[in-house]
Design a protein around this ligand. Sequence first.
Ligand SMILES: *Cc1c(COP(=O)(O)O)cnc(C)c1O
Length: 576
Amino acid sequence: MSSLPSRLTALTSSSSRNNILHLSKSQLLTLTLDLLRTTLLLLFLLRYTRATFLQLRGYGFLGTAQQFIKYVRRKGYALFLRLPFVQAKVKADLDKTMLELEKKLVPTGPGVKSFVSLPEKGWSVDEVKGELERVAGMEHTRWEDGRVSGAVYHGGAELAGLQERAFGMFGVSNPIHPDVFPGVRKMEAEVVAMVGSLFHSPGPEAVNGAGAGVTTSGGTESILMACLAARQKGYAARGIKEPEMVIPETAHTAFRKAGEYFGIRVHLVPCPAPTYRVHIPSVASLINSNTILLVGSAPNFPHGIIDDIPALSRLATKTSRRHHIPLHVDCCLGSLLMPFLARTGFPVPEFDFRVPGVTSISVDTHKYGFAPKGNSVVLYRSKEMRRWQYYICPDWSGGVYASPGLAGSRPGALIAGCWASLMRMGDDGYGDACLKIVGARQRIEDAVRQNPGLKSSLQIIGKPLVSVVAFLAHPAAAQGDKVDIYDIADKMSGRGWHLNALQDPPAIHVAVTMPIVGAVEELVRDLEGVVGECRGKSVGGKKGDVAALYGVAGALPDKSIVRELAGGFLDTLYKT
Ligand SMILES: *Cc1c(COP(=O)(O)O)cnc(C)c1O
């Protein structure tokens, strides 16, 4: 068999008269097509062999088989849902649920006025103020009394007053015009520097070192930006066109959002009991030449567990690979508690830039930094890394355009509010808050582990070290002690508490805030009461909201109905 080059030479010289391999035009065409087909086939086979190899190495035979079975079940169920009579029933049920939701979220009645067009003549200042008072006073779950998990992290009147003053002074400001609002530019740089130094940024901006960061509108934007930067860098430095990232399944859903928005394939890694930390060997098998980012949480939202960041760092910087892989640590929730754990005497593993492989960290100043909502920081190990998240347009008719993140114009008032909060709290203030919040989490954890009324029915998830404590129905509970964890959530709602429902496994959590610190004993007492009511019996009759939603959602192989419900929920938010 002749080699490809010699065949090509033969082809190209086929017009010469003495050539033994004289080909007609049609023969030439056939041969070319043949060649093309063979090449395409080879490329196709190579691509799918590689994909198959990576799939099997990443998930193993068993994992792949499980994925396949899940896929078939999902498809089968989706087909079932498309049957006309099923569809009609599902639609009726969905409509009914949406109506109930609307009744709950959108108040109606004689006392409620709604405004769907501009008042013909602008209201007086007093009229507006009066209506604002009415809206602020609408009936709600009482975060003020420490009844809400997460949501309002500080809530103190003095700090709120200070933030209000910052808003008042900087309401018109916009950091996109640094010459018009030089104070806002200065404060933003200082917020990044202060937060960076807490996380041992290799050199906070203030001292012109290597580290860098930007402020964003919240944790989600910080995470989106870190993923985008890693993707852009992967493309530029390694030519990666089909980017992938490997994240713990407990990592915040903002990473999956980044996957959808930016076309990054997301691999979810299990976080198995008893530690509930990300399974490091599984991360290792999912890394390949398309991996642009590894992720660990410090701690994660569902269970408040800190992943093994040093082990992830070792994978990210493995010397047998030609390139280091970026490693993002999600400290959105941990925010300004994490740097203060060690200082206040609580145990804490390594998690910040002192771990060599960590290249970016997201920190929500609007969570335990106690800044007003709409504030977060994403830190990078180097200024070069930060460049990859910038958007620059040099040739727009509107001028040369440069913006650091998703937004164009940004609220300078929020930056001022953040700066004021950091300065007012200080090292001592955050240390004190850390002692109180982590101490309260410990108190709840101890009660669930030790109190006779709780320990036989509930089990703590892993070993929480920060502000979140999660628990599930004790899997080894005696028949008389068994509880449905979602019934517990509903009964707690009945007593005015708002705890977070979790799935996979079914569980609930409390994210302790400053308001909760003062209500911990009440929380433990109500939890004991509710567990007592639920113990040993499945609650008959109508299920509560949480039990109804998650009880059904967990059992469905195809989530299209849950998607439909959640979409309807979002629609309801815009009903007047
Ligand atoms: C809250 C949170 C985020 C996202 O933050 P948002 O400010 O809600 O966008 C990300 N990661 C963790 C662990 C969080 O708890």
